[in-house]
Design a protein around this ligand. Structure first.
Ligand code: NAG
Ligand code: NAG
Ligand code: NAG
Ligand code: NAG
Ligand code: NAG
Ligand code: NAG
Ligand code: NAG
Length: 396
């Protein structure tokens, strides 16, 4: 057990080296820091050597070593630390000339609290959560006391979570138009109170809808069935209806299409056949026009039903002539639903073939016409050349 042994061994060595090894060693180690003193960073800090009358001269130590930051010892034995920085923090102990420990004080340095910047979230009609960030980094432990009220009401506590720096109000008086939150931050140096005013109606913002699911509809290559659940933090209750907005686009496209719904499902009728689509949904209180849309739900990818499949359903080729499906179960539904689609595709193929024949014929005839004209022109040029030669050879 070297760890267990090395501690005591080390301490023994430290005690041995200490000039006051007879009596004070055990005392220093046993002594609890009885006092905490707070100081402002950058200021001068005075540490008193206990409250009682001091036998001077005294010796001060920081963290049990004799190295001290820039300091003075005053006539009454107090320690004056100048322009303190973080490194001046620690346990200060003062001793009399016999090496007898008189006093230990822990110095903690930081800044007094400043105003807080507060924001509140209202995910339903029965809950308000307000969180804050400090405008001044204090470096010191803080306590917060928060209370909340609607205009004209008594203050009620907003229950604080110090670690996450937020507080919760349950069952706020939602019918009142203005609410006030008051937070008092207190640390070892000072306290500061911040007030924030807001309207719960305007802050009401549901959490995003959950469990989004997008289904192909067998036999319909341009449709997608979208469904979702109410946010779990929203009471499913006729008194608080939500409206929903669904947005979708073929993957890679810039433009979203949107549809809305008042129930937790909807059908898209104009999907791009054969393409993977991105789908999202968001929610908003249906009655309260001041309220906010929720964030969009997580993005879901889905492809509409199609009659054909390829061996690699992962790939999404935008200019593939034949749409394909990522769902193998398409095969099972095929015999029943495919007929109208098949006829449509056959017609398309015939049209394509006819179109190619027309194009080919046009191109061939154009080439023929050009060739004939070139021939004629060659002929004419030869005749002209011949006549010019004749003219040149004539005597002038
Ligand atoms: C200062 O004292 C406290 C309380 O006794 C102790 O937990 C801490 O380790 C000490 N710090 C140093 C650097 O000695
Ligand atoms: C700190 O003490 C020094 C020396 O006594 C003095 O010059 C300085 O003005 C003091 N600073 C503050 C912030 O009090
Ligand atoms: C106090 O210390 C800081 C650095 O810790 C230094 O920038 C500043 O000039 C000092 N002020 C005085 C008055 O010595
Ligand atoms: C004393 O200990 C504190 C931690 O308790 C530390 O922050 C400080 O830097 C130490 N100071 C010295 C001079 O060792
Ligand atoms: C918080 O503030 C309320 C109202 O001002 C007061 O009654 C209560 O004692 C305070 N609590 C603490 C822990 O300071
Ligand atoms: C699509 O959703 C509608 C309701 O929006 C439902 O009636 C229909 O059965 C669904 N179709 C499929 C194939 O899931
Ligand atoms: C309102 O939202 C809060 C926070 O998400 C949640 O704890 C609470 O259960 C919700 N209230 C209802 C009635 O669903």
């Amino acid at each position: 057990m070297p760890g267990f042994l090395s501690g005591p061994v080390c301490l023994t060595v430290v005690c041995f080296l200490s000039w006051s090894l007879r009596s004070s060693c055990a005392q220093i180690l046993a002594d609890e820091v009885s006092d905490v003193q707070y100081g402002r960073l950058g200021s001068n800090v005075t540490l008193a050597c206990g409250k009682s009358k001091i036998r001077i001269p005294v010796v001060w130590r920081l963290n049990q070593s004799s190295a001290l930051p820039w300091h003075k010892v005053t006539s009454d034995g107090a320690l004056l630390l100048l322009n303190v920085s973080h490194s001046a923090q620690g346990n200060y102990s003062c001793y009399d000339s016999d090496g007898f420990l008189l006093h230990v004080v822990k110095l903690m340095l930081g800044h007094p609290p400043g105003l807080l910047s507060i924001s509140c979230q209202v995910p339903n009609h029965t809950h308000v959560r307000c969180s804050w960030v400090e405008s001044v980094k204090t470096f010191l432990p803080s306590m917060y006391n928060a209370s909340f009220r609607g205009n004209g009401q008594e203050w009620t506590p907003c229950i604080v979570d110090v670690i996450h720096r937020h507080c919760d109000v349950h069952q706020p008086a939602f019918w009142l138009t203005i609410h006030t939150l008051r937070i008092t931050q207190t640390n070892g140096l000072n306290s500061e109170t911040t007030f924030a005013q807001f309207s719960l109606h305007k802050l009401l913002k549901p959490d995003p809808p959950e469990s989004l699911s997008v289904q192909e509809i067998a036999g319909y290559p341009k449709r997608l069935n979208v469904s979702w659940n109410f946010p779990s933090s929203w009471p499913i209750h006729d008194a608080f209806p939500l409206k929903f907005q669904i947005r979708y686009k073929p993957q890679g496209s810039v433009y979203w299409s949107e549809i809305s719904s008042e129930v937790s499902s909807a059908t898209i009728y104009d999907a791009l056949a054969g393409h993977l689509h991105q789908v999202q949904v968001r929610a908003r209180d249906e009655v309260n026009i001041d309220s906010q849309w929720s964030e969009w739900s997580a993005l879901l990818l889905a492809r509409p039903w199609s009659a054909y499949t390829t061996p690699d359903p992962e790939e999404d080729l935008p200019n593939n002539v034949f749409p394909f499906s990522s769902k193998p179960e398409t095969f099972t539904t095929k015999p029943h639903n495919v007929v109208p689609e098949d006829e449509g595709n056959l017609g398309l193929v015939i049209l394509l073939v006819l179109f190619s024949v027309v194009i080919l014929t046009t191109v061939l005839s154009l080439i023929f016409v050009v060739w004939v004209r070139q021939k004629q022109r060659d002929h004419v040029t030869k005749q002209e050349l011949a006549s010019m030669v004749k003219m040149k050879s004539m005597p002038i």
